[in-house]
Design a protein around this ligand. Structure first.
Ligand SMILES: *Cc1c(COP(=O)(O)O)cnc(C)c1O
Length: 381
């Protein structure tokens, strides 16, 4: 079955009692047992198992081409649970352009339990190979990254990780499984903030892991239950409704972002556009190989001060000024003063985050309105 059909149908069977086509929201904490410890299909308590969550997990597994998927109360809860499989002394090698919350979780929560987190430019394979000379349990990368849309060659890094005896995990939030399927490229574990494209409507916070390994899946299922960072049935329902249209939304996100990237690239006030679909983007060739299309996220550099760039982001009206991404509505933000404000100005500039950098999460509106909105913000400035 092709992915669009999978997105609509996987995990969803008509409800056996009524034939309801939509999976019900099973608002129940517990399940009646016919006799002590006679449990139907493992349903004894909803932290362990809930039918709405089961349907979502089956859908997410199918989307990632995985044997198993587990849903969590947020993307970070999914990451937290995966890192909980490690032991004191274990080392994690991370890409250098991680989601800030992931970095914060690693450094400020897990380091004190004796885990070490090293950072490498995962777009530089020689640097990854060198870094893997130190014993490593897990390699953690994001691609495309936030906000510079850097591209890591997942198949190549997975090979290096496996040669060094490490597992390879990929945060696939920015791409979504419609654009990129890391397990097929050799990764062992996929993590998602389903808060973004999978949910797609900015109306929930939810996370997921997907993987093929039965033994690791069993440990993660135990931890999902034992740690307890599970999503409620309402959020599972919303996520499941979101994934049914993932393929349709992603096509429009990509189409709109490509048009806007090309338009910005020609604009006299724009110094640089970061979009993997542009032929001069350093990761373009790899992205063209490992992704179906180039995604709905882009950033661009205004020849402007921090203040002028902040002013620009406050002048759009279709693009809403907000953090987060991946919803149907277009969002604009200024990473230096918003999502990446915790990084010092020197560190920020050293890592290529220009003062005038602006990030767009391009929605599925009519692209002419989006371009007109961005253009008006230039001319009224
Ligand atoms: C949002 C996000 C996360 C964290 O997910 P939450 O659902 O907010 O916990 C992790 N990685 C990336 C790339 C994200 O955009």
């Amino acid at each position: 079955m092709k992915l669009g059909t999978t997105a609509v149908h996987a995990g969803c069977k008509p409800d056996p009692t009524t034939g309801a086509i939509m999976t019900p929201i099973f608002c129940t904490s517990t399940y009646v047992q016919e006799y002590p410890a006679v449990i139907k299909d493992g349903y004894d308590y909803s932290r362990g198992k809930n039918p709405t969550r089961t349907a979502l997990q089956e859908n997410l597994a199918a989307l990632e081409g995985a044997r198993h998927a587990l849903a969590f109360s947020s993307g970070l809860a999914a990451t937290n649970t995966l890192i909980s499989t490690l032991s004191p002394g274990d080392r994690v090698l991370c890409g250098n352009d991680l989601y800030g919350g992931t970095y914060r979780l690693f450094r400020q929560v897990f380091e004190k339990y004796g885990l070490t987190f090293s950072i490498v430019d995962s777009t530089d394979l020689a640097a990854v190979e060198q870094a893997l000379k130190t014993p490593t349990r897990l390699v953690w990368v994001e691609t495309p990254t936030n906000p510079l849309l850097r591209i890591t060659d997942l198949a190549a890094v997975a090979r290096l990780a496996h040669d060094a005896g490490a597992l390879m995990a990929c945060d696939n939030t920015f791409a979504s499984p419609w654009l990129q399927r890391p397990l097929e490229l050799g990764c062992d574990i996929v993590m998602h903030s389903a808060t973004k494209y999978l949910g797609g409507h900015s109306d929930l916070v939810l996370g997921a892991l997907a993987l093929n390994d039965d033994e690791l899946a069993e440990r993660l299922t135990f931890l999902q239950f034992a740690v307890g960072a599970v999503p409620g049935p309402h959020d599972c329902f919303l996520a499941l409704r979101g994934t049914k249209t993932l393929h349709v939304r992603m096509q429009r996100h990509c189409e709109n972002a490509a048009r806007i990237a090309a338009w910005l690239d020609e604009h006299p006030r724009v110094q640089q556009v970061h979009y993997p679909g542009l032929p001069d983007h350093p990761g373009h060739a790899i992205a063209a190989r490992q992704m179906r299309d180039f995604g709905g996220m882009l950033s661009f550099v205004l020849d402007a001060s921090v203040q002028e760039a902040m002013d620009y982001t406050s002048r759009t009206s279709v693009f809403a000024l907000a953090e987060s991404l991946g919803g149907v509505e277009s969002l604009i933000e200024h990473p230096p003063s918003m999502t990446h404000a915790s990084i010092s100005a020197e560190q920020r500039r050293a890592s290529g985050l220009h003062d005038g950098l602006i990030r767009l999460s391009v929605g599925i509106e009519d692209v002419d309105d989006l371009i007109e909105d961005l253009d008006r913000a230039f001319t009224t400035g």
